[in-house]
Design a protein around this ligand. Sequence first.
Ligand code: HEM
Length: 510
Amino acid sequence: MLNFDSHALALLFLTLVLVLWRRWKDSRQYPLPPGPKKLPILGNLFDIPRKGFIWLDYIEMCRKYDSDIIHLSALGNSIIILDSVKAASDLLEKRSSLYSSRPKSVMLNELVGWGAIAITRPNDDIWKSQRRILTNAISPTDVKRFHPKQIATTHELLRALAHSDDIIRDLNMWTTVLITDITYGIQGEEAQPFIKTAIEAVETITIATTPGAFAVDQISILKYVPEWFPGAGFKRKAREWNLLRTKMTEDPFRVTKERMAAGTATPSLASIALEKMDLTKDIAQQEELIKAASVTAHIGGTDTIVVTIASFILAMLMNPDIQTRAQLELDRVLAPGDLPTFSLEPDLPYIQQLFGRHQPVVPLCFPHLVTEDDVYSGYLIPKNSIIMPNVWSILHNEEDYPDPYEFNPSRFLDANGRIDPSVKDIGPAFGFGRRTCPGKELAMASLWIRIASILTCYKIEPEIDEHGNLAERKAEWYPGLTMFNHPLPFKCRFIPRSKDIEASLDMKFT
Ligand code: HEM
């Protein structure tokens, strides 16, 4: 006779067998999603686009196989491209318990040592704790605390743009100043060494995450090659970058803690999280998590903002009529000499539509990893496949955005000029499901105040060429070298729109 416990055990065993059998059967029964023909061992190594605008190549591939989900493989790695918002939301949101991990990069995570931060971490407890810290410290209510910092650095940026000879450098500087202040509460001269380290470290991360940049990410055994070995330059780079990582992670966090101990800290993501620690639990462990969450925010909130504002400035240069319309909207609600404040945001619906869709900053999102075999639309999605939602394709979909390549902010507004809720917003630009960008609110506020302020102060015009004429309006983009969709360095003039602004910014334009 079986007692209750053995019944329960037998049931558990049977369920396990059934689950394993179904999984085995599914893997035999269901085909992989369509995709280019695979070579033995190498798979689709030569089909995977590596240079150029690879998100456009993936759109072509999906068209060729007439599917919004395609499969590629390379040296044993399985890759799935999702080409529609439906597929991305069905998998990454509705089945997010399976689709929320991250692939591991040997170079970035192991050799450079960035494997302990939320952005690169698999979906484990460390990742969950860091996300909790981030969402608590930069919740929509907490984000408002940072408005004064966002406004102050925006005014510094405005002063820098008046005489800028390198727009991207100035955007990078004043964005890093802002995120350093928001994350650690460090400002002014004291922040300079941390800003320098952060700019250098973020640059190394961009290089390390460039698809195909390091062979060790494809052939992981190379990580054991000694540094002196011919061709092992990546090991030397990794050692140097690891030092930068330690500096970027440890130094500003230590200052925040010292300031808190001295009672001189200003509110920051790190200080808010440290104040919210549970004193009945392991303090050292909680501090490690807060340190990692803080540096993740520092990284996540730099290039994304720089690239979005650079794309916006370029869009204004290319579309003078849209620029004029946006400035008319501002002139209707601002008195001469006034600069925008956050309270005006609801009255400026057109300004809210000037960024995000036309040139999304991370066109293939950050890759997700599926942790179990799954079946979708009759196709097998093998466990450990890298999942890449094509955000570019989703935000350029004809059905949701007719004439999708036209930069037309009005498409988001109704006949009365109010935001039209029936038009899909730019949500996919910030990712999907449990991995959705935790900095979205912070980012939207930083972007809005900067964009509204730049347009209030300046008319963005082409340079004057050597013949005294307006130079040709030209928008060029890095051909997919990194995971960011980044404009090539460009020049333009920021022409003050009124003398009153000089007094507001406490500066002279000429
Ligand atoms: C224009 C601005 C920004 C854009 C377009 C953007 C976009 C994204 C995207 C696409 C992801 C990946 C989501 C996914 O995997 O599904 C992400 C993740 C992340 N972002 Fe942002 N982001 C922006 C600004 C920020 C800011 C200001 C912060 C600062 C707190 C931030 C922090 C993060 C973090 C920590 C992650 C990793 C989340 C995780 O892996 O769980 N981002 N962001």
